[in-house]
Design a protein around this ligand. Sequence first.
Ligand code: NAI
Length: 256
Amino acid sequence: MTKDRLIAVVTGGGSGIGRSAALAFAGEGYGVAVADANVEAAAAVALAIEADGGLAIPLHVDVTDAAACEDMIEAITQKFGRLDAAFNNAGITERSLTRGETPPETHLLPLDIWRKVLAVDLDGVFNCARAELPLMLEQGSGAIVNTASMQGHVSIPRSAAYTAAKHGVIGLTKTIAKEYGGRGIRCNAVSPGIVSTPLTSDIINSADYQAPLLAAIPAGRFAEGDDVARAVLWLCGTNASYVNGATLIVDGGYLA
Ligand code: NAI
C-alpha cells in the first residue's frame, strides 16, 4: 500500500491521450494505474514511468464490462489503498470499427456499430465512474475527468453513435458533479479537438482532410496528447478546486 502519494487511474492509458496523461500524472508525482484493453500497451507505458523513477502498474480492463471496472478499482485499492484522480478516457469511433472506411449515414449505420461505440464511449465512462465513486466516497475526496470531444458539443455527419455518446458523457459528468460535489468529489469533462493519435492518424494524414482541418484550427496545428494531458492534470488538481461539472474544451480554438 502506498498512502503517502496521490494515485491516479487512466483508462485507455496505453495509447494517445491516455498515454500522455499517464506520463503527465507520473511527472507530477502520482502513482499511476495504467488501464487498457491492450495490456501490452499499458505495460509499456507503466514500464516507461518506472524507468523514469515513477510508480505505475499496468492493468487490463475492458471498460464495457462493469465487473472488470470493479476489478480494476479493487486492484488499485489492494495496491495503493486510495484513488485521487480518475481519467475515464478509453474510447473508439465508428471508424475504429469500419476498418478505416468512411462510416455510413445514420439510416445505414449497423446496429452493432452503434451499440459498440456507445458501449465503450458512454457505458464505459459510466462503468468506470460507478466503480470509482465508492472508493472516493469512502475517502471523502477525489477528482474524475471524463473524455468527451468536440463532438460532445457539435456533430460531424457520419458519426451518430460517437456524437451521441460524447454528448452523453457531458450529461453524465454534470450529474455526477451535482450528486457528489457536496461530498468532496469533483467531476469534469475534457473535450479535445483533433489530437494526433493512432485514433485519428488516417484523417490527419489524409490528403483530403488535412489541409481543410488545419485551416479551421486557429492554433494552426493539430493537438498533441500532452496539450490535453495538461488540462486533465489541472482539472484534477487543487488549482481547480472550485471547478465542478465543467467541460473544458481543448481544441486550439476550432469550435469558437
Ligand atoms: P487511441 O486509440 O490512441 O487510444 C485509445 C485507447 O483506448 C487504446 O489504447 C485502446 O486500446 C483503449 N481502448 C479502446 N477500447 C477500450 C475498452 N473497451 N476498454 C479499455 N480500453 C480500451 O485514442 P485517443 O485519440 O487517445 O482517444 C482517447 C479518447 O479521446 C477517446 O475517448 C476519444 O474519443 C477521445 N478523443 C480523441 C480525439 C482525437 O482527436 N484523438 C478528439 C476528441 C476526443
